[in-house]
Design a protein around this ligand. Structure first.
Ligand SMILES: [Zn+2]
Length: 192
């Protein structure tokens, strides 16, 4: 029996992620070098397209993982883990992720593509409104700030141009107010 036939039998000819019966094909999980039954799942065109093109992801489509992440098929668990990790900023995927238990071996497999690793170590700075700040941005102070170790008060409304980000702490940015380089807490700035 071919791999595809075995997958069709395993899944009852439905997408193993969302249950659709349309345009089914095999999805080989990266980084598996060869096609195997255990390293592949049967997916519909919608799921497969979004798995292969992170830019095309429609988060709502993946609410289907609410059901399919409980599959006994390890490859389905692994795909669910990867997709939920990719989407976890949405909130609800993180909740599902908290419930999804992968054994050690499968978790290692799930992480093999590097999904999630980058984000765990990335410090993201946000202004008072939650807007992401990047190095080089300009911000405006939303309240008067006493500058530590000086008599200077940086006034509310002061623009701080070309900020730099503290790579270790998401709450700190630096920038010049007049001639003075100061450290500013992100809660007190708004991106311009
Ligand atoms: Zn699907």
């Amino acid at each position: 029996m071919s791999i595809l036939n075995t997958l069709q039998e395993r899944s009852g000819s439905t997408c193993e992620l969302c249950g659709s019966k349309d345009n089914l094909s095999m999805y080989k999980l990266p980084p598996m070098p060869v096609e195997t039954v255990d390293g592949s799942i049967l997916t519909c065109a919608t799921c497969k397209n979004q798995l292969e093109n992170p830019d095309a992801v429609d988060a709502n489509h993946w609410r289907c993982l609410n059901d399919s992440m409980w599959s006994e098929v390890a490859a389905v668990q692994v795909v669910a883990w990867r997709m939920l990790t990719r989407l976890r900023a949405e909130g609800w995927p993180q909740d599902l992720l908290d419930m999804l238990y992968l054994d050690e071996e499968n978790l290692k497999w799930a992480k093999a593509t590097g999904e999630g690793i980058e984000e765990e170590h990335k410090v993201i700075h946000r202004d008072v409104n939650g807007v992401v700040l990047e190095s080089g941005d300009s911000v405006v102070l939303i309240k008067d700030l006493k500058v530590k170790g000086s008599s200077l008060v940086a006034k509310q409304g002061t623009a701080v141009r070309r900020i730099s980000l503290d790579p270790e702490n998401e709450k700190y940015i630096e920038g010049k107010v007049g001639p003075t380089q100061i450290v500013i807490i992100t809660d007190y700035v708004k991106k311009l």
